[in-house]
Design a protein around this ligand. Structure first.
Ligand SMILES: Cc1cc2nc3c(=O)[nH]c(=O)nc-3n(C[C@H](O)[C@H](O)[C@H](O)COP(=O)(O)OP(=O)(O)OC[C@H]3O[C@@H](n4cnc5c(N)ncnc54)[C@H](O)[C@@H]3O)c2cc1C
Length: 387
């Protein structure tokens, strides 16, 4: 019994596992093969209320903490599923919850909690600026009771399965602000009205079965009350939500890692070559054991991040380090699992190659490993800022 084996967390684990049992490996494999979207799974998870975990009870959610929410996403991945299809609904609402007006919160949050509206998308990344977010070129210009949006975004996920999107755009030109992080604002875009009326969506074919897109804004008009919080403070608002997002992604990676380790261990026990189970060879055992150790260590940092966040502390360091450790450990576990399976690791019916592709993403998105190292060097070790 660890501090994280509480009755409440175990009840969440069991509940999510029971739901995931209805969406087995064949379900996820089929979706991957036809590059589909797991509509039935997302519907079931939404209707069971799991995606509304962090929406306060007064708005119809469960009012749970980051620890509980992280267990939900961990279990989805541990059961062989892909939380990347749903996690946006859990964390994109942070900006709205923390910085939205009373009217925005009262209108949107209950609809997000019930699943009537989907806020699965957040548009930050741009093709010409990448990680250098303060240089974004998408602009929002106030004209009367409207904002007019022009520009381009890339890699914006789940747009085709969302009703709303959080959008970061420049409201004051970079040359006119004191600090480069100022002058950007956050908008809540109603995709049902925007697409075809100034917003064009171009899907991006990619290595994972991940619905992601390029967005083109050509004089898209948004009502002025689409602005969240104060004009010019959008970058700060986005950063505010990132610690929770990073911790949730870390938990997903830990779920993946445990899935790979279980799968590799089972195969290594069963597969007989040279007259004995391959798992009897240390050359096969050790990479699996090493991956297990790394996942367990990453998990400790994930719990530290959850505890700091849920107690209202600054979880910046631990959330970043948890994401770094977990994404790295899940990738090592994926590699060990594939190697353990030999040729069969490449066969789609074993699901290893699919999960291998899926977990690789988390060293690049939503933040790349180098940027975490940079954060640690600058903010924890007081080394000179490198960019
Ligand atoms: C499948 C997928 C889904 C995504 N979904 C979303 C989404 O929904 N919304 C959204 O806004 N974005 C999304 N992204 C974008 C993602 O957040 C970015 O891809 C990521 O932040 C890296 O940015 P980039 O691709 O522009 O890389 P770049 O910024 O071009 O960097 C390329 C490489 O160089 C490294 N690098 C760059 N500068 C430095 C430096 N100064 N020091 C050290 N290394 C450096 C980076 O770490 C990276 O490895 C998604 C990406 C993918 C692949």
């Amino acid at each position: 019994m660890t501090p994280h084996d509480t009755e409440e967390l175990n009840a969440i684990r069991e509940g999510v596992r029971a739901l995931c049992a209805e969406f087995d490996a064949a379900y996820w494999r089929g979706i991957d093969e036809r590059k589909g979207f797991p509509e039935a799974f997302v519907k079931a998870l939404t209707e069971a209320g799991w995606l509304a975990a962090m929406i306060p009870a007064e708005y119809g959610g469960s009012g749970l903490g980051l620890a509980e929410a992280s267990v939900i996403l961990e279990e989805v991945n541990r059961c062989g599923g892909n939380s990347g299809t749903v996690h946006g609904q859990m964390y994109n609402m942070f900006t709205l919850l923390r910085h939205g007006s009373q009217a925005q919160k009262h209108y949107y949050l209950p609809k997000l909690a019930s699943g009537e509206l989907r806020l699965q998308s957040m548009g930050v990344t741009e093709p010409t600026t990448g990680t250098d977010t303060t240089k974004i070129k998408t602009t929002a210009i106030r004209r009367g009771d409207k904002y007019v949006i022009n520009g381009q975004k890339v890699w914006i996920s789940r747009i085709q399965h969302s009703d709303l999107m959080i959008l970061l755009a420049r409201t004051t030109p970079l040359a006119e602000v004191r600090k480069k992080s100022e002058g950007m604002s956050i908008f809540l875009v109603d995709l049902r009205q925007a697409i075809g009326n100034g917003l064009t969506v171009q899907p991006i074919a990619n290595m994972v079965n991940h619905e992601t897109n390029e967005l083109f804004f050509d004089n898209l008009e948004l009502p002025a009350d689409s602005l969240i919080g104060e004009e010019g403070k959008g970058f700060k608002y986005i950063l505010d939500g990132l610690n929770a997002e990073r911790t949730l992604i870390a938990a997903e990676c830990i779920g993946d890692g445990r899935w790979f380790i279980d799968k590799a261990s089972a195969y290594a026990r069963d597969r007989v070559v040279f007259g004995r189970p391959i798992g009897q060879n240390q050359g096969v055992q050790f990479p699996i054991a090493e991956a297990h150790i790394e996942i367990e260590a990453a998990d400790l940092m994930r719990w530290r991040a959850c505890e700091e966040y849920d107690s209202g502390g600054n979880a910046g360091a631990s959330a970043n380090m948890a994401k770094y450790l977990a994404a790295k450990a899940s990738w090592e576990a994926a590699n060990a699992c594939l190697q353990t399976h030999g040729g069969f690791g490449f066969a789609c019916e074993y699901d290893v190659e699919r999960k291998f592709r899926e977990t690789r993403l988390y060293q690049v998105a939503p933040i790349s490993t180098n940027l975490i190292l940079s954060y640690v060097a600058e903010h924890l070790l007081e080394l000179p800022r490198s960019f």
